[in-house]
Design a protein. Structure first.
Length: 357
């Protein structure tokens, strides 16, 4: 009996040749380094055009206080950009939170820290509510926070009209004046003294360190980033994505409240207009610093540098006595040029990395 030999199995395809190793981008292509260089150039230009730019008391101390506010504002937006979301109600969250602080100081006479904690709780609660609506309904974060912004605008106006007749709270809690006017001791080397450091600066530094540690080392931060990178894959991996969305928006509201408190300390009053100028800087700082609008990657250091860049531009042009309209025009042009140059530098670096790999 004749048996047939089974056909031989097809030969396995040859193993693919390993591609050339991917080379890391050069140091000069780092967007944070680019921002640092632009800031150094602008400081040099402004100080040469107007020596008052380097005045420790009149310019550098207020500049540091302003930077502190807008670093925290940028961190508030960064918290939701980590998901690929946005919070266009960041300014109104700050306004309602500072109203809660002012009411606590005025009607209850609570200490400065207790009032701050009340405002932080209000901000975190509003942000968590926005996150809950987004997670449960699936509606785009822009739509939800835009509707919340309009609602809070009316609510803040009504509340201030009821509580103060539409003006700011007259109360000055103990310690607020120190945050506004006091600085750490000057440090000098011979006849050259360094800038005065306002007391609000360490608050912003602690906030930045806390957010940076959260996203780099904490499980919660890593899971928020994974949710922003790919929500479906994150959910299949067992990550409670809805709760992470609520947590990220709650963190955004908390940081918005802290930014409102710092601005109130700088202004010396809790008023309804706190937060009106927060929206554009809240996006500029993290995006200039390398945070992705699509989510999944953040840069706390870049956000701090982005906030510093915008405030250096504003302060320099203001000292050069530009009108408000000219300030807006030139700030927009300089920031557009900075973004374009940064993108050009990154593209050139990527092409060089590919061509030499």
């Amino acid at each position: 009996m004749k048996t047939e030999t089974p056909p031989a199995a097809p030969a396995a395809p040859p193993a693919a040749e390993p591609g050339p190793p991917t080379r890391a981008l050069p140091v000069w292509a780092n967007p944070r380094l680019g921002l640092l260089i632009v800031i150094a150039v602008l400081v040099t230009v402004f100080s040469s055009l107007t020596p008052a730019f380097l005045d420790p008391r009149l310019t550098l101390a207020p500049l540091q206080a302003d930077i502190s506010v807008y670093v925290v504002v940028g961190l508030a937006q960064l918290a939701v950009l980590s998901l690929g979301h946005m919070n266009v109600a960041v300014g109104r969250m700050a306004a309602l939170s500072t109203f809660a602080m002012g009411l606590a100081y005025d009607r209850l006479g609570v200490p400065l820290l207790v009032g701050l904690l009340v405002g932080l709780a209000v901000g975190a609660g509003i942000g968590a509510l926005a996150g809950l609506l987004i997670a449960k309904t699936g509606v785009n974060s822009f739509v939800v926070t835009l509707a919340l912004d309009f609602g809070l605008l009316g609510l803040v106006t009504i509340l201030y009209t009821w509580a103060t007749g539409g003006v700011s709270f007259a109360v000055q809690p103990s310690g607020l004046a120190a945050l506004r006017f006091d600085t750490f001791a000057d440090y000098c080397m011979g006849d050259v003294c360094g800038p005065r450091i306002p007391l609000v600066v360490p608050i912003a530094v602690v906030a930045a360190l806390g957010v940076g540690l959260l996203f780099r080392y904490a499980r919660l931060g890593r899971e928020i980033l994974m949710t922003g990178s790919n929500a479906v894959a994150a959910e299949l991996s067992g990550i409670p994505t809805h709760r992470r969305i609520v947590a990220a928006h709650g963190l955004s509201g908390l940081l918005a409240a802290l930014a409102g408190f710092l601005l109130a300390a700088n202004n010396g009053a809790f008023s309804a207009n706190i937060g009106e100028s927060f929206l554009l800087p809240s996006f500029l700082a993290p995006v200039l610093g390398g945070t992705l609008l699509a989510g999944g990657a953040v840069s706390v250091l870049g956000t701090a540098l982005g906030a510093t860049l915008t405030q250096v531009i504003y302060k320099g042009l203001n000292l050069l006595q530009f009108s408000l309209e000219e300030l807006k025009l030139y700030i927009g042009l300089v920031l557009l040029a900075a973004l374009s140059l940064d993108r050009l530098r990154a593209v050139i670096a990527e092409r060089r990395a590919v061509s030499t790999s």
